[in-house]
Structure formats: C-alpha cells, structure tokens
Design a protein around this ligand. Structure first.
Ligand SMILES: Nc1ncnc2c1ncn2[C@@H]1O[C@H](COP(=O)(O)OP(=O)(O)OP(=O)(O)O)[C@@H](O)[C@H]1O
Length: 239
C-alpha cells in the first residue's frame, strides 16, 4: 500500500434498514495508526455506519476501500480477516466459558500469517490478568468491555472499530479503559474508529472528530477545530 493512501476510504455510503434510509451519502477516511472519534447522539447512526463497514446488518451501497481493497461483495468474515474488526456495543461475552477462552475466540478472525501472542495482549490489560480463569458471567460491565477489546485485538486488526466502549461504565473504569487504549496505540500501526457520546473519553483516546447527525456526517476535523465552534456540541451532541 502506498503510504499516501488512507487505510479506510469511504465515499457515497448509504445504508438502509428495510425502507428506512439511515446513513446518507457518508464520506470517511482513517489513516494508518490514526484514532478517530465518531460522535453523535443516540440514534444518529454511529452503530449503523460501523456495521455498514462490515456489511453486518443494513443494506449498503457506495464505495468502501480498505487497505487498498474494494470491499463491495466481500463477506463480513473476510473483511474481518483482512483486518477490519468490530467490538460491538453489546460486547457479546460468552457467559459459560472463561475470560481466556473468550479472548482466544478472537484468534479465528485473524488474517492468515498474522502473529498474535495472547501474552502480549494480556500485558495491555493489567486488570484482566488476574481474571483469566473467571467465567464470563462473573464479570462486571467494565471487565466485559476489556475482554471484548482484548478479543478484538486477537484478530490482528489494522482498524479496530469500538462501538461506545464506555457506555454505562463508572468514571474510574472509563479512566482505566482510556489508559488501556493509550497502551494499545503505542504498540504500532493499529488504527481506531471509536463511536462515542462521552466527549471527555473520546478526547483522550482520539486524534480527530467525525460528527454524525441523522445519518449525515456534519463535521470532520481536529479537536481544535471542533472546540473552536461550540455550536457543534450544542447542536449535535446536547441531549
Ligand atoms: N436493526 C434495525 N432495524 C431498523 N432500524 C434500525 C435498526 N438499527 C438501528 N435502526 C435505526 O437506525 C437509526 C440509527 O441507529 P444507530 O443504532 O445506528 O444509532 P447510534 O448513533 O449508534 O445510536 P445509539 O447510541 O443509540 O446506539 C435509528 O433511527 C435506529 O432506530
């Protein structure tokens, strides 16, 4: 891949649930190693946009280029093996197997030849290490989120999509997850797209903001530019 090409380039993306036109003509770019916040109110279309990238739910039209490959017609599992990995909002932790087993399941999503070392992944999540033999059903919401992110990393992603990773979590847990994401970012070229409503958290873990409202991208820029226009927050994020 030429170094000037973005890792993800989306143009003219439309997504539909039945007759409802949810995502409307969206454009989006993520560079290798970049972390981007996808901000928007409840129902703005954040989850639908993420699922559209994987063809995992809505009917989708438009162009999605990932790592130099056009994804039209590529099945969801093949997209994941290519390095586009989603950690969904509901986390999907299996209750009756252990944390270590839940995390290991992510390995099936890894692209052929990818080197994934579970010990290196455990090192990124110090809070998980003592919990590896615990059953999924015994975890708190924050612990489940850490397991879901660790499992996502086992898929050797190039772009990890996190759908509202800190929704409903206590501030101390949000803080821990922000630290863990900081550690993950130091490991290399992994790019992140993080759907969020928690501005403080998003600011800590991302470089750039994409704002979505009623399925349309209404702002795309740096945090400085976002902060310079307080109306953006009032208009598109205030409850
Ligand atoms: N499976 C579905 N079938 C029909 N409509 C859906 C479906 N999932 C979402 N929608 C609709 O699509 C729109 C966008 O929802 P989406 O879940 O993408 O928003 P969001 O920004 O992720 O919000 P949230 O924070 O509530 O998850 C909403 O109007 C929602 O009702």
């Amino acid at each position: 891949m030429a170094s000037t090409e973005p890792l993800l380039k989306v143009r003219g993306l439309n997504a539909y649930y039945g007759g409802s036109h949810i995502i409307q003509d969206a454009a989006l770019r993520v560079e290798p190693g970049e972390s981007v916040a996808l901000l928007g109110r409840n129902g703005a279309g954040k989850s639908t946009l993420m699922k559209s990238l994987l063809d995992a739910g809505p009917r989708v039209t438009g162009e999605i280029m990932f790592d130099g490959v056009a994804l039209a017609g590529v099945a969801t599992d093949a997209r994941t093996r290519h390095g586009l990995v989603l950690v969904p909002e509901d986390r999907r932790i299996y209750p009756n197997i252990t944390v270590a087993e839940n995390i290991a399941l992510g390995r099936h999503a890894a692209r052929p030849g990818a080197k994934v070392n579970s010990d290196e992944i455990y090192d990124l999540f110090p809070l998980l290490k003592p919990l590896l033999q615990r059953a999924g059903y015994q975890l708190s919401g924050g612990q489940q989120q850490l397991v879901a992110v660790a499992r996502g990393l086992m898929g050797a992603p190039r772009l990890l999509l996190l759908d509202e990773p800190v929704e409903g979590l206590a501030p101390v847990v949000v803080d821990e997850i922000a630290h863990d994401i900081g550690r993950i970012r130091q490991t290399g070229e992994l790019a992140l797209l993080i759907a969020e409503q928690n501005l403080g958290f998003a600011r800590r873990v991302t470089d750039r903001v994409v704002l979505i409202d009623s399925g349309r991208i209404v702002f795309d820029g740096g945090w400085d530019a976002f902060d310079a226009d307080p109306q953006l927050k009032e208009r598109y994020l205030a409850v």
